[in-house]
Design a binder for this molecule. Structure first.
Ligand SMILES: *Cc1c(COP(=O)(O)O)cnc(C)c1O
Length: 370
């Protein structure tokens, strides 16, 4: 058949192993999944209640414009309803952007070791992918600027970056955006912004009024704890939103998801609690890593990237067999690093103790890289 060339070069997304899979595979009772940066505290109790009390008609198509949710997010972010686009998760918004702007003869610039879907979608559209290696886990913004040429259509930034947890300061980000040509779309993926506590972590909502080539991506999948419902949104100048919208599926966000995302937004106390708990969790890991002399990147997200002296797949496998699911850095281009989602205090303790046993049991090879 006449498949597109790009299709043949791609593999399906490899998700972290599911809890049930691991249970079966190793005959375990209890599994702690800290592999996909999901919220260990679930979601707001008010959302659970709203799901239970939901009365919407299953036979009726969703509101394709997500009118009520649009209103709620506009209020929450302080932008106009017309400056928003909704996706079936940020994943779909990444796809919409790629479909709308990328293709053969164009290129796109991103960091090495960032969210995999930028590359995946760009490749699918037949664009050339230009990856710029991190500097110590952070985007090399100067290096990325150098890769931009007249064929560049999209630049991807992820801050806090998945999987390294590093962020781009307000000053650096503004300086970068100001130097990107105005006809290049800058995608700022802020999937973890609600977790960030650094003082110079920028709060960017209003930037879309200044920078007409900027789109900011947010999601309900992470701190809001609604990954299974698939809701993400983008903030951008009206002109960008209007041009992206035709690539969106007409009924992309289902009715229940639209309704409960509104409820989730209203419970900011839950978000604050999760943010605080995440700080506590990060501290547990920092203390442990410092004590064990394990290198790591300080994180602004709800995950930590820990560097080992051996292949991270080994650590991953060891943890897996003991009921702890993490994510090997190999797929991100960091073969010795492990990404661990910050869980509840108890979950973190369990994970940390299991990593400790690994370190004690498995001797590090002397010719280690890190
Ligand atoms: C999890 C994640 C997403 C995907 O979010 P969905 O809304 O669930 O599709 C996007 N970007 C980054 C950086 C993520 O880590």
């Amino acid at each position: 058949m006449k498949w597109n060339e790009a299709v043949l070069s791609l593999k399906s997304y490899q998700p972290g192993k599911s809890t049930d899979e691991v249970k079966k595979l190793y005959g375990l009772e209890k599994i702690t999944k800290l592999a996909s940066n999901e919220n260990p505290f679930g979601c707001s109790e008010k959302v659970r209640e709203a799901v239970r009390n939901s009365t919407h008609s299953f036979a009726i198509y969703p509101d394709g414009y997500a009118t009520m949710l649009r209103e709620a997010v506009a209020n929450h972010t302080g932008v106009k309803p017309t400056q928003l686009i909704f996706g079936n998760g940020s994943d779909e918004n990444i796809q919409i952007i790629s479909r709308s702007l990328l293709g053969s003869g164009k290129n796109t610039v991103m960091a090495t070791g960032t969210f995999s879907q930028y590359r995946h979608n760009a490749t699918l559209e037949g664009a050339e992918v230009r990856e710029v290696p991190h500097l110590d886990g952070a985007h090399d913004l100067e290096g990325m600027l150098k890769e931009i040429d007249e064929k560049t259509a999209v630049v991807w930034l992820c801050t806090p970056n998945n999987p390294t947890g590093k962020y781009i300061s307000e000053k650096d980000l503004v300086s970068f955006i100001e130097r990107v040509p105005e006809d290049v779309l800058i995608v700022l993926d802020e999937a973890y912004c609600e977790y960030a506590t650094a003082e110079d972590y920028p709060r960017t909502n209003q930037w879309i009024n200044t920078f007409k080539n900027l789109i900011i991506l947010r999601t309900f999948s992470k701190i809001y704890g609604l990954a299974s419902f698939r809701v993400g949104y983008g903030l951008a100048d009206e002109d960008i939103i209007q041009k992206l919208d035709p690539s969106r599926e007409p009924f992309n966000v289902n009715t229940l998801a639209q309704n409960i995302a509104i409820v989730a937004l209203e419970d900011q106390a839950f978000i604050e609690k999760c943010k605080d708990e995440n700080q506590k969790g990060l501290k547990q890991y920092y203390e442990f890593c410092d004590k064990e002399n394990l290198a790591y990147y300080p994180s602004q997200g709800n995950f930590i990237f820990i560097h080992f002296k051996q292949d991270a797949d080994m650590v991953f496998q060891y943890l897996l067999e003991r009921g702890y699911i993490a994510r090997s850095g190999k797929a991100f281009g960091f073969p010795n690093s492990l990404r661990v989602t910050i869980g509840s205090t108890d979950e973190n303790e369990g994970m940390i103790n299991t990593i400790k046993t690994f370190l004690n049991e498995v001797e590090a090879p002397s010719n280690s890289l890190l």
